[in-house]
Ligand binder design. Structure first.
Ligand SMILES: O=C(O)CCC(=O)C(=O)O
Ligand SMILES: [Fe+2]
Length: 804
């Protein structure tokens, strides 16, 4: 049998086909998540519909709340805000509705600090004080106390209570006094607790501390005894859950064997994507063999449970993918659903009954946004799974590209089958045939098919690309038409000349140094010659840029700038509705510091692209450093006065600009007027086609093309460091009807962590400080750009005399 599904590439496609129970399919539901794909492939989904292989819990989808307070920070970002068990606003309407949509959502309360919590019960006779950051203490925080008026559900208990520490081992029996009185308290209050979990990440080698499997098993027996005692006469009793740690086959085997019937659920944690700071998370998420790597963990735990005398089931007690709070713009973005849905599908195949996502809210991996509580993309993936995927898991395979992941369950609320297909291929459309064995289809299935398409929020794109419009000579759409405001209508002059400075003379000639100072303090721009790069060398750099832009669209799109990011290939980044768009394409790549390069975005064609860029970077950097020193000398400052502020790890961005012809050069710009945010910009212009104009004395001045010259533009951060003596010029690029133009701009700016500000020697009574000291001007600049503000104005010292 065969009905066809089209899986369009470039992002995940999820198809849910809802059909008849007992495997008589009669309706389909599709969830599709995608944008257009270019290549097409064929494949087949096979579902063994005769019997199910495993069964998950009805409330398989579970999410966690953690203890982390607002001052928990990873990689310099503090992402927990008020999302802790201790401070979360439980009356927040969005939160309540988000949870209610699941009816019920299993919530696991726990996390690292769980093993440092004291419960503020009546018999705890000390002040109930919160967690305080203290790096000399285990897990970097002091003990913290849970005031009991906040407790509604508690899941994770402190397993370290009463233990002594021998290096990384926690030894001795669990002191359960405080936990027991806390459990009693919840029973007195009639709080319904689904399960009590003992400890967090203390299994195997543990994270920070570990407990032997033998001791853990005894502690769990003690917990089971407490539960039997405290809940005497109450049915059903809460589950006893442990160890909530990373899987270690020997440890888990021993624990399960020794805990015997005392443990109801064996929990383990999944952080298979590695540290949140990893820049390659997206590549890992979209790599099928990487995703497959974790299957052995699920399989091994299943085998242990099957071969032990236990009726315990397996749960993922905490699955966050990338540890240390995840990664902003990855774990809270659409791409994470590829990892998350694949985890749900895969874990279910290996008899995992429940999967708790770290987190419901908090960190960068929340299903809800930590500050707004609004759903992140994975919330919808979780909800769709919860509503559509039933308990029974069906054996499913995909024959064809490895980029398709296929999972099928009996449907949840209707009779039939739900199929989940993910397309990890970001370029390929897959035509998939669906074959279900042992099923008869006595009905008109097409009529009853439902599709659900989840789509990543796209940067708003134009119906036609600039290139197409350029080739066809189209009238540019309104988004490109500049409003003829005051800055546009300033005169264009050919009288004013952009200074030419010979760098080879700067070291020896005072006159040339004076020329440099005067150029930078008037125009803020000059043409540099004598820089040591030959014209044939510069031609080679232009050539690789030209070859890249000449590639077919689909080839260039392999390097497309990811949504919300600044590196990669694309046209003007749209940050506001009102923005007038530039008539250009850009390939932006961070080239320094070298460890911050995203090589996956560096073109493979032409083959010498990377080497050429690497060499050009090094040459331009040494030219810029020489210029920084010369600029300092020209102002009678220590040579390092500016360069030291850039720091050892200054940032350098390379931007390859391509300007197609435009039918309306009178009202469309290649780049709208702006100042560069950099410290120094070095620009390699097209050899023939002009376009760059600098605003000098209220007049737009052409910067002519000189084949051997490199244009040096001063950026905002140098204007700040020079206390306004040097100017960061306003500039723009005009379009023309006949000729394509290209340029390569190299922007160098100080390390974002460095505090920069006006050099002391340039501040005195006659020239008071113009700018405050600041860090990360790049961020300030971007935020201002989004809000239509001028960043330099934001960092200016307010003149008190103006405030009257
Ligand atoms: O292409 C040019 O000439 C200048 C480009 C520019 O100003 C920029 O990329 O900031
Ligand atoms: Fe610029």
């Amino acid at each position: 049998m065969g009905f066809q599904i089209r899986l369009v590439g470039r992002s995940p496609w999820l198809y849910y086909l809802l059909c008849f129970f007992f495997f008589f399919c009669f309706s389909f539901s599709f969830i599709v998540v995608n944008v257009e794909g270019d290549a097409t492939e064929n494949g087949s989904v096979f579902i063994h519909g005769k019997s199910f292989i495993e069964q998950i819990d009805d409330d398989f989808v579970c999410a966690t709340l953690d203890w982390w307070p607002p001052h928990k920070c990873d990689y310099g970002r503090c992402t927990w805000a008020l999302a802790s068990l201790l401070n979360l606003d439980l009356n927040n309407k969005i939160l309540l509705n988000a949870v209610k949509a699941f009816t019920p959502l299993k919530i696991r309360l726990g996390g690292t600090l769980q093993d440092k919590v004291i419960y503020g019960t009546e018999d705890y006779h000390h002040p109930c004080t919160p967690f305080v950051q203290n790096t000399s203490q285990m897990f970097d925080f002091t003990q913290g106390c849970l005031p009991l008026h906040r407790a509604k559900i508690i899941f994770g208990l402190n397993a370290l209570a009463g233990k002594s520490f021998q290096s990384s081992f926690a030894v001795g029996p669990w002191n359960y006094t405080n936990a027991e009185s806390f459990i009693r308290y919840t029973v007195e209050k009639n709080y319904i607790i689904h399960g009590w979990e003992l400890g967090n990440e203390l299994s195997g080698k543990g994270i920070g501390k570990s407990i032997s499997a033998d001791q853990y098993a005894s502690d769990v027996v003690a917990l089971q005894n407490i539960i039997q005692n405290v809940y005497r006469g109450v049915e059903p009793k809460p589950l006893v859950i442990a160890p909530g740690g990373f899987f270690d086959a020997n440890w888990f085997k021993e624990f399960v064997t020794k805990a015997g019937k005392s443990v109801d659920v064996v929990t383990h944690h999944i952080y298979n994507l590695g540290p949140g700071v990893d820049e390659h998370l997206t590549e890992k998420i979209l790599d099928p063999s990487y995703l497959d790597g974790v299957a052995s963990t699920f399989n091994s735990l299943r085998n242990i449970l099957r071969t032990s005398a236990t009726s315990a089931t397996a749960w993922v007690g905490e699955g966050g993918g990338a540890y240390n709070s995840g990664h902003h713009l990855v774990s809270d973005a659409f791409v994470y659903s590829f990892w998350y849905l694949d985890q749900l599908g895969m874990s279910a195949i290996y008899d995992t009954r429940t999967y708790c996502r770290q987190t419901l809210i908090g960190g960068n991996y929340g299903l809800l946004d930590t500050s707004t509580f609004m759903p992140n993309p994975d919330y919808y993936s979780a909800l769709l799974w919860h509503r559509l995927m039933g308990r029974r898991v069906l054996a499913t395979s995909f024959i064809g590209t490895k980029k398709i992941r296929a999972y099928a369950h009996c449907a949840k609320q209707s009779q039939g089958i739900t199929v989940l297909l993910l397309n990890l291929g970001n370029q390929t459309t897959v035509q998939a045939k669906l074959a279900i064995t042992f099923v008869k289809l006595p009905y008109d299935r097409k009529k009853l098919r439902e599709e659900y398409h989840l789509t990543a929020q796209k940067e708003k794109s134009l119906p036609r690309s600039i290139q197409e419009m350029s080739i066809d000579g189209d009238e540019p759409p309104p988004q490109f038409i500049v409003n003829k405001n005051s800055i546009w209508s300033k005169d264009t002059s050919t009288n004013i000349q952009i200074p030419i400075i010979d760098l080879s003379l700067l070291a020896s000639s005072e006159a040339e140094l004076d020329k440099l100072r005067s150029a930078l303090s008037s125009v803020g721009c000059f043409q540099a010659i004598g820089h040591g790069m030959s014209s044939s060398y510069l031609e080679k750099v232009r050539e690789v840029a030209k070859q890249f832009f000449a590639l077919p669209v689909e080839e260039k799109q392999k390097y497309t700038r990811p949504v919300g990011e600044s590196e990669g290939y694309g046209s003007d980044r749209i940050v506001s509705e009102k923005q007038v768009l530039d008539w250009s394409y850009r390939l932006s790549l961070r080239v320094l510091p070298t460890e911050k390069r995203r090589l996956s975005l560096w073109p493979k064609t032409p083959s010498d692209f990377s080497d050429t860029l690497e060499e050009f970077t090094m040459k331009v950097k040494s030219m810029m450093d020489f210029l920084s020193r010369s600029m300092a000398r020209s102002l009678n400052l220590e040579e390092g006065s500016f360069l030291d502020q850039f720091g050892e790890k200054s940032l350098m961005l390379a931007r390859f600009n391509f300007y197609p012809c435009c039918s309306r050069p009178d009202s469309v710009l290649g780049v709208k007027p702006h100042t560069d945010r950099s410290g120094i910009t070095v620009l390699l212009q097209d050899t023939e086609v002009e376009g760059l104009q600098i605003l000098v004395d209220d007049t737009w001045v052409n910067v002519p093309t000189i084949p051997d010259a490199l244009v040096v533009n001063l950026g905002d951060q140098m204007q700040i460091m020079s206390n306004g003596i040097f100017k960061s010029p306003m500039h723009r690029v005009v379009t023309n009807t006949e000729k394509l133009r290209m340029s390569v701009a190299m922007f160098n700016e100080p390390e974002p962590e460095n505090e920069i500000g006006p050099v002391e020697g340039l501040i005195d009574e006659t020239r008071p400080r113009l700018y405050t000291n600041i860090k990360n001007y790049g961020d300030i600049n971007y935020k201002c750009y989004q809000e239509g503000k001028i960043a330099l104005d934001m960092v200016r010292v307010v003149d008190k005399s103006d405030q009257k």
